[in-house]
Write a protein that binds this ligand. Sequence first.
Ligand SMILES: CC(C)(COP(=O)(O)OP(=O)(O)OC[C@H]1O[C@@H](n2cnc3c(N)ncnc32)[C@H](O)[C@@H]1OP(=O)(O)O)[C@@H](O)C(=O)NCCC(=O)NCCS
Length: 154
Amino acid sequence: MKPKLCPVQPSNYATVASWPESAEATQRWAGPGVPFPLPPERFAQVLELEVRPGWALLDEQGVCVGFGQYWMTATDTAHLGRIIVSPRVRGRGLGRALMQALCARAQHEDGVQHLTLRVYRDNAAAAALYRDLGFQQVDASSTPELLFMQRTAA
Ligand SMILES: CC(C)(COP(=O)(O)OP(=O)(O)OC[C@H]1O[C@@H](n2cnc3c(N)ncnc32)[C@H](O)[C@@H]1OP(=O)(O)O)[C@@H](O)C(=O)NCCC(=O)NCCS
């Protein structure tokens, strides 16, 4: 059975919050200003789940093994962020499954023609995954630290 993408539940917050191992990893995953450790009771507020809905990737046993969000940044553009897989199960295809499922959801939103994301230039694993899924860097919107990437919705 394939892992499946479901709306993130409060019971998943502590699990996801436990994955980044340092303040730096937290910032690289979720952006500046996100505390480390991220208290589960602040998870929804800090990640703005009300306006940036969160999605959990569940394995066959219903265990949360991945997390991501997307939100509209223009009428035709959904931006993906906070992509993360449990460190215990990385390198087994779950990041790809998470991204494929999240992209599929995002591009079914009304009017979505473009998917975008940001990734640190030195995040080789994530950048390779995104390129493999068809995201291309947009130099004009990138910075020395962060690549801005875009793909046309399929
Ligand atoms: C990025 C991340 C989500 C990838 O998850 P994963 O489950 O390990 O990824 P997968 O096993 O599905 O691998 C998919 C592709 O990613 C790339 N990849 C994964 N690990 C890699 C590594 N260590 N080095 C280089 N490329 C790697 C490869 O292109 C791989 O495809 P392949 O298996 O055909 O070679 C995971 O490393 C993670 O959670 N990192 C910490 C949080 C983070 O950096 N998020 C990104 C924020 S923009």
